[in-house]
Design a protein around this ligand. Structure first.
Ligand SMILES: Nc1ncnc2c1ncn2[C@@H]1O[C@H](COP(=O)(O)OP(=O)(O)OP(=O)(O)O)[C@@H](O)[C@H]1O
Length: 469
């Protein structure tokens, strides 16, 4: 059953339509003119409106126009007099979805109305989806507000402890960890527990901003500093004044900007791009990276002096696979937060589903887990998430091989070097430090072994000769 509004000033025709549509089980309201139709729709929106085009003083085209202006999802079918197709086309241009040419059979009326009802339903579905997306967007904004770092595994307890100790000091903190491990959340937690908590927390992802724009994003620019600099713009340092500035992906800062950042950290002042005036700043800097900054320093891609300035207090966030104990707790926390938002009454995980989550290696870390829970909730329709609600990649997890799952953070060479180092160490220990035996276990020449032992810092340089090999 649908709610249908019929507008026609021709009594017999109007009554006829009412009878036909009511017989089909619809809830029909009929009015005699355009103005009445608009008023009735405003009072109570109909699923479908069927209106004659030729009415005075307000005609059918005007009805279409007004209803669509007020409700973009209004679904209107127009009735045109024989031989006035052009007017019907005009009405369609205004947003009517279909037309009926007089005279028409009850069958034609039924068919058009049924089709219109279907379209109206689709539109309503899309509308709900839109409204939900808006709510989700708002929630995302709200999500930016601090919420606790979940996880009480031993490594996370250590992180909490470090946050508590470092927060009240003004020390510069470097948060290290793979992508999705919660580095930004740590930065917020430090800010929220600090004396600056009432002041702004400003964050910037240094990787997301093109090299040429990063300097002006951080330090602002003066009017006319470069093409397109129409007015003075404040940079993040000024926006974060007296608060905390979070520099995410700090390893991506190009050398030219590294120099300027170093100066702010040392002297607490800077100049805007294209400006002469020196701006004093009082900002606590917290930065984060998933890169190996010491390696970048060694390779000359990151200034050593800047590295030491940023790395006053390092906080290392372990990848999720190294704290499997947190998976349960995080999954339940995300479930509790996301289920109401998606409109699901799901309150738990089936034991088999939880088991699959525990077994997954989580290369995308906590962010991946959060996404997986959200996806599963979309499919879950009971009160527990079942294994079949989980994404394919989780259900058919490869058997654990003990190998790290590549996540894009590190190159194959790096991963292989790690593995090589581990294997050499294992052999070295097994051989109780006897190098000739270590080389034999590994099936390589002693000279190759010496080279690798030094490379990985397992023995100090120059120690190689002591066995006389
Ligand atoms: N311990 C945690 N408790 C609750 N939510 C977490 C936790 N860790 C991460 N998250 C959530 O996971 C997502 C990723 O976290 P965040 O953005 O802080 O990671 P990141 O390490 O900064 O990632 P990237 O390096 O990709 O920027 C966020 O939605 C965050 O709320």
């Amino acid at each position: 059953m649908a709610r249908i509004l019929v507008a026609d000033d021709h009594d017999a025709l109007r009554e006829g339509m009412v009878i036909t549509l009511a017989r089909l089980g619809h809830d029909v309201l009929a009015v005699r003119g355009g103005a009445e139709a608009i008023a009735a729709y405003r009072k109570r929106a109909a699923d479908v409106v069927v209106t004659d085009l030729r009415m005075v003083p307000v005609d059918g085209i005007e009805v279409v126009r007004r209803l669509r202006a007020e409700d973009p999802d209004a679904t209107v079918v127009v009735i045109s007099a024989h031989g006035t197709i052009a007017t019907a086309v005009d009405a369609m241009r205004e947003g009517a979805i279909d037309f009926l040419e007089k005279p028409f059979s009850t069958e034609a009326l039924r068919a058009r109305v049924e089709k219109a009802i279907e379209i109206a339903r689709e539109r309503r579905g899309a509308q709900t989806a839109r409204a939900r997306a808006e709510v989700l967007d708002q929630d995302r904004v709200r999500e930016r507000e601090p919420h606790g770092l979940v996880g009480s595994s031993e490594p996370m307890r250590r992180v909490h402890d470090q946050i508590r100790k470092v927060a009240p000091t003004d020390a510069t903190v470097l948060v290290l960890g793979e992508s999705g491990t919660g580095k930004e959340l740590v930065a917020r937690a430090i800010h929220d527990a600090s004396l600056r908590r009432e002041k702004p927390f400003v964050s910037i992802s240094c990787a997301a901003i093109p090299e040429g724009l990063l300097e002006s994003e951080l330090f602002g620019h003066e009017r006319g500093a470069f093409t397109g600099a129409i007015r003075r713009k404040l940079g993040r340092f000024e926006l974060a004044h007296e608060g905390t500035l979070f520099l995410d992906e700090v390893g991506e800062i190009p050398p030219s900007v590294q120099v300027k950042l170093l100066r702010v950290l040392q002297e607490r002042c800077f100049e805007r791009v294209g400006g002469e005036e020196t701006v004093e700043t009082d900002v606590r800097v917290i930065s984060a990276t998933n890169r190996d900054l010491t390696r970048m320093v060694a390779e000359g891609r990151f200034r050593e002096d800047l590295y030491y300035r940023l790395n006053v207090v390092p906080i290392q966030l372990p990848p999720l696979r190294e704290r499997p104990g947190d998976v349960d707790e995080l999954a339940h926390a995300f479930l509790a937060r996301l289920a109401p938002r998606i409109g699901r009454r799901v309150t738990s995980f089936a034991p088999e589903a939880l088991e699959l989550l525990r077994r997954h290696p989580w290369p995308g870390n906590v962010r991946e887990l959060e996404n997986v829970v959200e996806q599963a909730l979309v499919f879950a329709d009971g009160d527990a998430v079942r294994p079949q609600d989980l994404p394919e990649g989780i259900r058919h997890a490869p058997a654990p091989t003990g190998l790290p799952v590549p996540s894009g953070d590190r190159s194959l060479t790096d991963i292989l070097e790690d593995l090589e180092q581990q294997l050499i160490l294992a052999a070295y220990e097994k051989a109780k430090g006897v190098k000739a035996e270590t080389a034999r276990l590994l099936g390589i020449k002693p000279s190759a072994l010496y080279y690798k032992l030094e490379k990985y810092g397992i023995v100090k340089q120059g120690e190689r000769g002591e066995e006389g090999a």
